[in-house]
Unconditional design. Structure first.
Length: 167
């Protein structure tokens, strides 16, 4: 008589073990991909916020430096806008106008007021999205401004000073 070895039970156990291992590897891979994509999205949002802060600061610096003359840069309050606005006087082809930089609906905006015209925040264009924009004249000849963005309970801000010409 020949002895027959039965391998049916062992084969089924090996197949189940391989399937369980494949399922574990699949779950681990999906978890890793989900965590990586969340991290990537957070990094992208953080870089965008940092970029918006730098763009806002750079824009204000450039506008002020382009028109840095005596009494050409000052801050003012307009009833249509909650915060203080930056006003820069300029002229082109014998037409005087003022550039107003302000925060409206969580956007830094710029509006032009032609000599004799009135300020209308709706007739402006968006420069960049930020949450706060503050202007202040310090020591009579320094323009202080701060731009801020708040995300997930954390506030990021940049502060700058520009010396104004007063003589």
């Amino acid at each position: 008589m020949k002895k027959i070895n039965s391998t049916e039970g062992r084969t089924m156990t090996e197949i189940i073990l391989v399937m369980v291992l494949l399922i574990l590897f699949s779950i681990s891979t999906l978890t890793l991909v989900a965590t990586g994509s969340d991290s990537y999205i957070n990094i992208i949002n953080d870089n965008e916020n940092n970029s918006n802060l730098r763009v806002a600061q750079s824009y204000i610096h450039t506008k002020v430096r382009q028109n840095l003359e005596k009494d050409a840069v000052y801050i003012a309050d307009f009833p249509e806008i909650e915060n203080t606005c930056l006003v820069i006087k300029d002229g082109y082809s014998n037409i005087e106008y003022e550039t107003v930089i302000f925060l409206h609906d969580d956007q830094m905006k710029e509006a032009l007021i032609i000599d004799g015209g009135s300020f209308n925040p709706e007739a402006s264009f968006t420069i960049v999205e930020i949450d706060e924009l503050n202007f202040e004249v310090v020591d009579g000849n320094k323009l202080f401004f701060e731009t801020s963005i708040e995300e997930k309970g954390k506030t990021k801000s940049l502060k700058s000073y520009i010396s104004l010409i007063t003589k």
